[in-house]
Design a protein around this ligand. Structure first.
Ligand SMILES: [Zn+2]
Length: 402
C-alpha cells in the first residue's frame, strides 16, 4: 500500500481478520462493546440477531405473564380457571410453548432467559393455585350462608317393579320349591336330538307338524343340516338332565320357546314355558293330578275351576291336558279362550317308557310324570289380560298397571 492510500484509510475501522496485523491501533480507538475485536461481519449479524431474539423472548414472556395474571385474577369460577390454566400452562399452552423455545436461544444467553421463563411459569402456576383456593373458600362460605331446611319433603324417585312375567315366574318357582323341585336352565338353541328324538318324536312323526320349528342356517359349520334349531319346548331339557342324573329327580326348567306361528291374542312366535318332571319309583298318574291341582290353586285362586282332558303327546303315555276356567271372561266365552270358556294351561302326562329308555333308565323300575306350564298364558290369565302381546309391549303405561 502506498503512502497516499494509507492516509485515506487511516481512521476507518477494519472489520476483517487483518485487524490483528494492521488495525490494532484503530481497534483500540473504538468502543469495545460496539464492535468486538475478533468478530467477522457474519458473527456480528448472528450476535445482533441473538440479542434481538433474546429481547423478543423477554418481551413475550412478560406479556404472557401479564395476560395470564389479569385473566386469573378475574376468574370467578373453577371451570373458568381450569380453562385459563389449560390455555397457558397446559401441554399446548402459550407459556409452555414459549418455555420450549428457550432451547433455540444461543447457548451463552440461554441460562438468563431460561431462568426468567421458569420464574414466570412458576409464578403463573402459583397464582392459579392461590386463585383456586380463594374460589373454593368463597364457595364454602356461600354454602355455609345458605339455609338448608331438612324438614322439606324430597323428590320421590320413581321406583320400578318386576315385569309381570318375572313376578309370576318367581311365584311358580317358589311353589315348586315347596314340593322339593329344583330349577334348571337350558339352551334356547337346541339340537333336533334333544328337542325331538329323545322325546319319542322321530323324524317324520306327525306331531312335529304341530311344532312349527325354526331351523338355524348351519352352512359352513360341522352341524348336520336341520340339526340345530330354536327349541320348540323346554321339554328338551328332560333328556339333557336325565342323561346326567339318576332318579329320584324333581326338576323345573323355566325358559323361552320359539315356533313359527301366526301371532294372535293367545299365540306368539316366542313364548315362556315352565317344563317340569319328576322321576322316581312307583310314580302314579294321581301324583300328577295332585301336583297340578295343588300348584294351580296356590298360584291363582283356591276356587279356580280345573279340568283334565285326555290328549296325545308322543313323550307321555297317558297324556292329559289341563284347562282352567277362562279368567278373562269368567267362563262365559271370549276371543282369548276362543269362546270355549276354558283355557289350556298345562299339558302333562306320564313319561313315555321310550323316553326313559332313551336316557338309560329302566321303565320297569322307574316311572315319572312331566308337565309344561304355559307361563305366558298363566300371566295373562292371572292378570286378566285379553292379549298375550301385551307382555312383550315395551309401553310403560301398560306395564305399570300390573
Ligand atoms: Zn274367555
Amino acid at each position: 500500500m502506498d503512502e497516499k492510500l494509507s492516509e485515506c484509510v487511516r481512521g476507518i475501522p477494519r472489520l476483517d481478520n487483518d485487524q490483528d496485523r494492521g488495525g490494532g491501533e484503530i481497534t483500540r480507538q473504538t468502543n469495545e462493546t460496539s464492535i468486538p475485536r475478533n468478530e467477522t461481519w457474519r458473527e456480528l449479524l448472528v450476535l445482533l440477531a441473538a440479542q434481538k431474539y433474546k429481547k423478543f423472548m423477554e418481551q413475550e414472556l412478560i406479556k404472557i405473564k401479564n395476560d395470564a395474571s389479569s385473566l386469573i385474577i378475574a376468574a370467578e369460577h373453577e371451570a373458568e380457571l381450569n380453562a385459563i390454566k389449560l390455555d397457558f400452562t397446559g401441554r399446548s399452552g402459550k407459556l409452555t410453548q414459549l418455555v420450549k423455545e428457550v432451547k433455540n436461544i444461543p447457548e451463552d444467553r440461554r441460562p438468563e432467559i431460561g431462568k426468567l421463563a421458569n420464574e414466570i411459569l412458576r409464578s403463573v402456576e402459583e397464582l392459579i393455585v392461590s386463585r383456586a383456593q380463594e374460589l373454593t373458600g368463597r364457595k364454602r362460605a356461600q354454602l355455609r350462608k345458605m339455609v338448608f331446611d331438612t324438614t322439606r319433603p324430597g323428590i320421590k324417585p320413581h321406583i320400578g317393579h318386576l315385569h309381570t312375567m318375572s313376578q309370576v315366574l318367581r311365584d311358580v318357582v317358589d311353589v315348586f320349591k315347596t314340593l322339593g323341585f329344583q330349577a334348571a336352565d337350558g339352551p334356547e338353541i337346541e339340537t333336533d336330538h334333544y328337542n325331538f328324538e329323545v322325546l319319542n318324536i322321530p323324524q317324520d312323526h306327525p306331531s312335529r307338524d304341530t311344532q312349527q320349528t325354526l331351523y338355524l342356517d348351519t352352512r359352513g359349520s360341522h352341524a348336520t343340516p336341520g340339526e340345530i334349531i330354536l327349541r320348540t319346548q323346554t321339554s328338551a331339557m328332560q333328556g339333557r338332565i336325565m342323561e346326567k342324573a339318576k332318579p329320584p329327580l324333581r326338576v323345573i326348567v323355566p325358559g323361552k320357546n320359539f315356533r313359527y306361528e301366526q301371532v294372535d291374542a293367545s299365540h306368539s312366535f316366542e313364548f315362556w314355558q315352565v317344563e317340569g318332571f319328576l322321576v322316581d319309583r312307583d310314580v302314579a298318574l294321581t301324583d300328577l293330578f295332585g301336583t297340578i291341582d295343588y300348584v294351580l290353586r296356590k298360584l291363582m285362586d283356591k276356587r279356580i275351576k280345573i279340568k283334565f282332558a285326555t290328549t296325545n303327546f308322543p313323550f307321555v303315555e297317558p297324556g292329559v291336558d289341563t284347562y282352567i276356567e277362562c279368567t278373562v271372561c269368567g267362563g262365559k266365552g271370549c276371543s282369548f279362550c276362543k269362546m270355549s270358556g276354558w283355557s289350556e294351561i298345562m299339558p302333562a302326562g306320564m313319561i313315555h317308557p321310550n323316553v326313559l329308555k332313551a336316557v338309560g333308565y329302566d321303565p320297569q323300575k322307574i316311572s315319572g310324570f312331566a308337565f309344561a306350564i304355559g307361563l305366558s298364558r298363566l300371566v295373562t290369565l292371572t292378570y286378566q289380560m285379553d292379549d298375550l302381546r301385551l307382555l312383550t309391549n315395551p309401553d310403560l303405561r301398560i306395564l305399570e298397571q300390573f
